[in-house]
Design a protein around this ligand. Sequence first.
Ligand SMILES: [Zn+2]
Length: 266
Amino acid sequence: MIQRFGQTAVRRYLQAAVFSLPDTYAQPNRFVNIQTAFADFVSLIFPRVCLACEEALRRGEQHICTNCRVELPYTGYHTLAPAQNPLARRFWGKVPLRYTLSYLKFLRRGRVQHLLHQLKYKGQQEVGQVLGQWYGAELAAQGFAAEFDLIVPVPLHPRKLAQRGYNQADSFAEGLASALSAPWSAHALRRTAHTKSQTQKNRVERWQNVANVFEVTESSAIAGKRILVVDDVLTTGATLEACAAVLLAAGAQEVSIATIASAELA
Ligand SMILES: [Zn+2]
């Protein structure tokens, strides 16, 4: 009873205080200005920085600065005919892919490596979302909007997922899905074995490492569909090749792949 009375009294006091303010303070614009000023003040103490170059973001910039957006090393693969696409050629004779897409060129010690590191190890899933939306919008403009029935991120093993707390490919799938107006599913594929790190292996070893670790959870969700498999980075392509193979074996009509970045083979 006392508590309720107390709350009412405080509310009446605040209402009275607001109504007694000069008119300018009650204007909606003024309120927005105060919010903006407060946001500027907060960013002065905790500057929001670009996830690619670490420079402070300016007002209106979200996650990646305008300069980086202009300067990122785009592949432009989606504008090339398959025979001209160097990434598509890497899969020839291995697994049939409809489209072989990658947004950025992976360059060591550059902005792209920094972005991928933020996404994979620093919890910055906005990297995947933003790049997925930007790439999805470009793909839609290029006529890809109705080309995919389902977007499927390469899954992590459940133990790895529990360690990291999220799959770094999910946010990219989500961003692409929203820009392409296509559904995505984190559960269409399952990783059944916990594979060792791929980084110290050659191409054959990498393929042996992932050849039997993926399975389709429900064939009816895949059969007859045009699937886009997505991942953060493509190096040898062994992981995406393995995913495409099981999806085709489960009855997918066709499989395409898209990654945030791809490394050029030495
Ligand atoms: Zn930047």
